[in-house]
Design a protein around this ligand. Structure first.
Ligand code: ATP
Ligand code: MG
Length: 475
């Protein structure tokens, strides 16, 4: 137990002995130690006062301690590692809340209240058996076999705190483990219990599932357990394949999960991963069968992006620039595909660059992840097409600098030049100049835009002020 030779554990051990209490390392740290996963938060459980021990340890180590009296916990931060101290607890639950009645307890009581056998293991910090593993439920065996199992009766464990059902699925996804069958059956039986959870806690777990290496596993398990339709019916609505006149469409649920997995291989951007998961949520609302043509989902990009604010609200996700980013990517996800034809104009490329701005690279990653055909030659063809789009984007961007485009003539300049007050004429002139640049009618330069402004003003019956001060941008 090399890590336990660390000074910090020795100090905790010595201070616990002085205080006449016993202390243990417990939970995630012990699990991750055996899995050789990095772990930056260490939980210490004390048969006595967690806060008291933390204060003593902090004094010896000359660090600060943060105390959370309401929770009976205290935290020390040292070299980027967070050590949380808590008194051992015995818990009993009431039906209507996941907040238990808490009493002081022993290590054994504390291990009994843990969610899974692999999370209930402890290392002793007592001198006489320093570094010994205390594993009453066979957590080590479950770790080796890759099994998620509750220490006590799963129906009680899940019903007491239904968040554990989602945690089970999250750990199965993160670690590539399987949930013991009888445990999974208990999740199915207790699924309605998630109604007592706060949306924020559920969403935190969803984030962790989305950020794992193979996130589809988590969503498939949530679905199988009957939890997903309660958490995000917009996703389960994507399920199913309908056939008419011998024509079917793809199952948009499994497709969306595949897109998410594909994207997860390329990017750790949480919100881009959300966009991948949600890119087709407008499909059920726009699905039509058109005789002769087959299934269509016209405007599902637009409809999908309009569904995002309500979905974010429902999941207590922020209504900020992250949401706008997801909306934008959902709205634009079909645009690059429309640029694959040979004869696509620079104008169409400029418009996409303008609409996507700095998110253009993320959009291309999403589009490439959106290729989920099982037919290798189709996949190759699409990949090649997107490579061509990428080339065109680079060529046009180098030439015209559209990504961070701000039209070179401002409203302020228009008002000064023609000596007019704010009004519709200004927006009109600006809009025409912007479109002319994007359409390549004039170059993206100040001189050309300024002359165009004068011409437009003239057409609109505006007169240029005699002595007008014009300022070049960036002057
Ligand atoms: P991670 O930090 O990756 O989320 P973790 O196992 O450390 O994993 P935490 O939420 O930090 O998870 O919790 C620390 C420990 O507390 C867990 O290992 C587990 O023993 C216990 N625990 C956390 N949440 C619950 C819960 N809802 N029910 C029972 N025990 C829990
Ligand atoms: Mg943790």
């Amino acid at each position: 137990m090399k890590i336990l030779e660390d000074k910090i554990f020795r100090t905790i051990s010595e201070e616990a002995e002085k205080a006449g209490t016993r202390a243990f390392v417990i939970g995630g740290f012990v699990r991750d130690y055996f899995l050789q996963r990095p772990c930056n938060d260490i939980d210490i459980v004390v048969e006595g006062s967690g806060i008291g021990l933390a204060e003593k340890v902090a004094e010896v180590m000359k660090t600060r301690v943060s105390v959370f009296r309401n929770f009976g916990t205290a935290m020390i931060r040292k070299n980027g590692i967070e050590i949380e101290f808590v008194g051992a607890r015995k818990e009993s639950y009431r039906r209507e809340s996941r907040k238990p009645i808490v009493e002081n307890g022993t290590l054994e009581d504390d291990q009994n209240r843990r969610d899974f056998t692999i999370n209930a293991m402890a290392f002793s910090l007592q001198k006489e058996n320093y570094g010994c593993l205390i594993d009453p439920f066979g957590g080590i065996k479950d770790l080796q076999k890759g099994i998620i199992r509750t220490p006590l009766d799963p129906d009680t464990t899940y019903s007491d705190d239904p968040l554990r059902m989602i945690r089970a699925i999250r750990f199965a996804t993160q670690l590539g483990f399987s949930i013991l069958e009888e445990s999974f059956d208990a999740i199915i039986r207790n699924r309605e219990r998630i109604s007592i959870l706060s949306k924020e806690r559920i969403t935190d777990e969803l984030h962790k599932i989305i950020m794992s290496g193979h996130p589809s596993t988590g969503f498939e398990l949530l679905d199988k357990a009957g939890l997903l339709e309660m958490i995000m019916p917009q996703l389960t609505n994507l399920k199913g394949v309908e056939t008419m006149e011998g024509k079917g469409h793809k199952d948009n649920f499994s497709h969306s999960l595949k897109v998410l997995d594909n994207l997860a291989e390329k990017s750790d951007n949480l919100w881009l991963r959300w966009a991948a998961l949600l890119h087709d949520i407008g499909k059920p609302a726009t699905k039509k069968f058109e005789p002769g043509t087959g299934w269509t989902f016209h405007s599902h990009d637009y409809v999908g992006s309009k569904m995002i604010p309500a979905l974010f609200k429902q999941l207590r996700l922020p209504a900020n620039e992250k949401m706008k980013y997801v909306q934008k990517l959902v709205q634009l996800h079909l645009r690059p595909i429309s640029l694959v034809q040979e004869e696509v104009t620079d104008s169409a490329i400029r418009r996409l660059l303008f609409d996507a701005g700095n998110d253009i690279d993320d959009l291309m990653l999403l589009c490439e992840a959106d290729i989920t055909s099982k037919n290798e030659s189709i996949v190759r063809k699409h990949r090649k097409n997107f490579a061509l789009v990428r080339e065109k984007l680079i060529t046009v961007e180098e030439k015209d600098r559209i990504r961070n485009f701000n039209p070179p003539v401002t409203g302020e300049m228009i008002m000064q030049t023609f000596d007019i007050q704010p009004g519709p004429a200004i927006g009109k002139i600006k809009e025409i100049i912007k479109n002319s640049i994007l359409d390549g009618i004039i170059p993206n330069e100040y001189e050309a835009a300024y002359s165009m402004m004068l011409e437009l003003g003239k057409e609109m019956g505006l007169e240029k002020k005699a002595t007008c001060i014009t300022q070049l941008p960036n002057d």
